[in-house]
Design a protein around this ligand. Sequence first.
Ligand SMILES: [Zn+2]
Length: 200
Amino acid sequence: MSALPDPRSRLVAIGRLFYERGWMWATAGNLSARADAESFWITASGLSKGELVPSDFLRVGIADGAVLEGRPDHKPSAETAIHRAIYQTQTVGACLHGHSVEAVLASRGRDPVVLPRVEMIKALGVWDDGTPTALPVFTNHPDVASIGQAVETFLRDHPRPLPALIVRDHGVTAWGQTISEALRHFEAVEFLLTLLARGF
Ligand SMILES: [Zn+2]
């Protein structure tokens, strides 16, 4: 795979959108998109996602997490480990992670989180064919590398997962083969979790 079109300006726009929707309060969440076969661009740590610029991204290696390109005063998010687990195991072009109120509420007392089969479930490529709609729930942990390891193990053991997961009391990560597909998956999961959080 040769270098793909630079995704950073598109991710900047998604950061603003997610911030305005309340999915990236404070400096929470991170956004990534594939740069080539071996690396992806991801938001640097500690920045407001409503005010990103293209130089706020670092290019990191999928295999080892090494920083390959970017400002020397920026660090990749600790949650890069979760993104790497997804790039290592899925056919994926982009990966979006937010911290919404609804995701925290919906992950309380549910494991897995079974998404309701309403019209919006179609956006995940699932309808009335009996495909399970259970999102895996991972335990939150200060050592994010251990969450990344748990995600990688789960995805290796489950060849056709839904394109999203939840870390309990933390937030959603969704992915897709393109940025547009990852965005559609993320928005659909947030919609469905909002239904659950409101008692559906
Ligand atoms: Zn997070």
